[in-house]
Design a protein around this ligand. Structure first.
Ligand code: PEP
Length: 253
C-alpha cells in the first residue's frame, strides 16, 4: 500500500478577525507538529491575503471555503478559482455540507466547482457525507457513492487525481458527535474502492480525510486507520493547541 502523507486542514468557517486570526496563526506556526504532515488553514475570503502573507515562509497552505462554479461574469458576490489562486490559495473546500444544505449546492454544482478549482490549479477538498436520516436508513454508502460519482461524471476522473476527499457525516459536523473509527473506516474504504474501480493507482495515492467533531482526544484513534489520511477540522481548528495536537496525531512516517 502506498504511504500517503497525511493532510490536515482547518475550516475556520465564518469566524475570526484579522487580529484573532493573526494570533491563531502565531500559535500554529510556533508549534512543530504542522511540519509532520501537509497542513492548510481555510479562513474567510477577506482574511486570505493576511494568512497567505503570514504563512509564506512555512509549508502551511491556505485554502478558501468555497469557489464560484463559473470563471467570470455577472455573478454578484462570487469569487472565482483564478482569483483565489492569484490571492495565494493552494486549496479550496468544495461541497461542504453547509454549502449543500444552506446554499443549495447540488451534486452538479459541486462537480462544476471541482472543474473550476482544478482548472485554476487549486487542490479541491471535496466533501461528501450522509445525513443522520440517510445513515439510519442504511443508505450511507449509496449517498456517498452518488456524490462522488457525480464529481467523476461531471468533472472527469482526472480532476480528482490531485484532490483530497473529505468524508464528513453531516450528523457529526459541529455536533460533538464523532463517527466511530469503524464507521469512518467503512466509508473511507468504500470511497477508495469506488475510485479504484476507475483507477487503482490513483485511488491508492488519493488522500481521504475524515471530518466531524475531530479533536485531540479522538484524532489518534481515527487516524490510526490505514484509509483515514488525516482530517478536515472545524471547531477544534480555532484553537492552536488543539489543532497542533491533531496534526501531531496525523503524523505518518
Ligand atoms: C467542518 O466544518 O468541516 C467540520 C468537520 O466541523 P467540526 O470539526 O466542528 O465538526
Amino acid at each position: 500500500m502506498p504511504q500517503r502523507r497525511s493532510f490536515v486542514a482547518g475550516n475556520w468557517k465564518l469566524n475570526g478577525s484579522l487580529a484573532t486570526n493573526a494570533s491563531l496563526l502565531e500559535g500554529i506556526v510556533a508549534g512543530a507538529p504542522w511540519q509532520a504532515c501537509d497542513v492548510a488553514v481555510c479562513p474567510a475570503y477577506v482574511h486570505i491575503p493576511a494568512a497567505v502573507a503570514r504563512l509564506s515562509a512555512t509549508t502551511i497552505g491556505v485554502g478558501a471555503q468555497d469557489v464560484a462554479d463559473v470563471p467570470a461574469g455577472a455573478y454578484t458576490g462570487e469569487v472565482s478559482a483564478a482569483m483565489l489562486r492569484e490571492a495565494g490559495c493552494r486549496y479550496v473546500i468544495v461541497g461542504h455540507s453547509e454549502r449543500r444544505t444552506l446554499y443549495g449546492d447540488t451534486d452538479a454544482v459541486v462537480a462544476r466547482k471541482v472543474t473550476a478549482a482544478t482548472g485554476a490549479g487549486l487542490v479541491p477538498i471535496v466533501c461528501v457525507g450522509e445525513t443522520l436520516a440517510e445513515r439510519d436508513a442504511g443508505t450511507t454508502l449509496a449517498v456517498v457513492g452518488r456524490q462522488l460519482s457525480a464529481v467523476i461524471d461531471g468533472a472527469g476522473l482526472g480532476a480528482l487525481s490531485e484532490a483530497v476527499i473529505a468524508y464528513e457525516p453531516v450528523w457529526a459536523i459541529g455536533t460533538g458527535r464523532t463517527a466511530t473509527p469503524d464507521q469512518a473506516d467503512e466509508v473511507h474504504r468504500a470511497i477508495r474502492a469506488l475510485l479504484a474501480r476507475h483507477d487503482a493507482t490513483m485511488a491508492g495515492r488519493l488522500r481521504i480525510v475524515y471530518g466531524g467533531s475531530v479533536k485531540s482526544a479522538n484524532a489518534a484513534e481515527l487516524f490510526a486507520r490505514p484509509d483515514i489520511d488525516g482530517g478536515l477540522i472545524g471547531g477544534a481548528s480555532l484553537d492552536a493547541g488543539e489543532f497542533l495536537a491533531i496534526c501531531a496525531a496525523a503524523r505518518r512516517d
